[in-house]
Design a binder for this molecule. Structure first.
Ligand SMILES: Nc1ncnc2c1ncn2[C@@H]1O[C@H](COP(=O)(O)OP(=O)(O)OP(=O)(O)O)[C@@H](O)[C@H]1O
Ligand SMILES: [Mg+2]
Length: 224
């Protein structure tokens, strides 16, 4: 059996119990999956992503992520979960005062890696996102597409079990968006489990993926 990354059964999510955003979701996500999540604005895509990292608690049903049952019962289990996740947002969220290199290393500083390991890992990631030549620059000196590649490298730096991305291409032109989507697909090809929220499905060829569509509070998996 494939390794379970996340599992939901009859899961409902809400900010306020009078207004349920997502109801009765059931799905399982296995190691190596590449999942695109689509749906109209306000349908609940970000809410689903937030549930994965423990920022929205289930109001009903069951959700388990990385072996942690949600809502996590202690600060330490939520910390344990978050160390297993890499998250990318639409607006990059880089530290403006820090170089590209330091931004990528941030999760490694937090995890307490030694200097040598940080240096090696950052080197590898810079190469992977093709930004070695920009390593000493600052976020403002990079294009949106380049900044998003930095955010992807940062999200991957501590080798997370699951990479979550909430509309990572929302601020990018078509060309940069395609590059960023291709980066996620390349990361998935290396075995990483990836969940990406997107407004539009990218053009995909020769890659296995799943498509979750959110419609009127329900999650439907589209089978091609
Ligand atoms: N912090 C919050 N408190 C209360 N309601 C919220 C909160 N965040 C979102 N909502 C509501 O939950 C619903 C789903 O929002 P969500 O952000 O998940 O949508 P989305 O699919 O990500 O939309 P978009 O494509 O515009 O990003 C919306 O009705 C929204 O108003
Ligand atoms: Mg959203």
């Amino acid at each position: 059996m494939a390794n379970e990354i996340a599992f939901a059964k009859d899961l409902s999510l809400a900010y306020d119990s009078r207004e349920v955003v997502l109801r009765d979701l059931s799905f399982s996500i296995n190691e190596g999956d590449l999942i695109f999540v689509t749906g109209a604005s306000g349908s609940g895509k970000s809410t689903l992503i937030k549930a994965f990292y423990g920022a929205v608690a289930p109001i009903k049903g069951y959700l388990r992520v990385g072996g942690v049952k949600m809502p996590a019962d202690s600060k330490s289990s939520i910390d344990r979960l978050r160390r297993k996740l890499g998250i990318v947002f639409q607006d990059y969220r880089l530290i403006e005062e820090w170089s590209i290199e330091r931004n990528i290393a941030l999760p490694l500083y937090i995890a307490g890696y030694d200097q040598k390991r940080i240096k090696d890992q950052v080197e590898k990631l810079l190469k992977h996102v093709r930004l070695t030549h920009r390593r000493d620059r600052f976020p403002q000196e990079l294009s949106g597409g380049e900044q998003q590649r930095v955010a992807v490298a940062r999200a991957l730096s501590h080798n997370p079990m699951l990479l979550l991305a909430d509309e990572p291409t929302g601020n990018l032109d078509d060309f940069s968006a395609q590059l960023v989507h291709e980066l996620f697909m390349a990361v998935n090809q290396l075995g990483k489990t990836v969940v990406i929220v997107t407004h539009r499905m990218p053009s995909i060829a020769g890659v296995n993926y799943r498509h979750f569509r959110i419609d009127e509070g329900r999650l439907v998996e589209i089978n091609y």
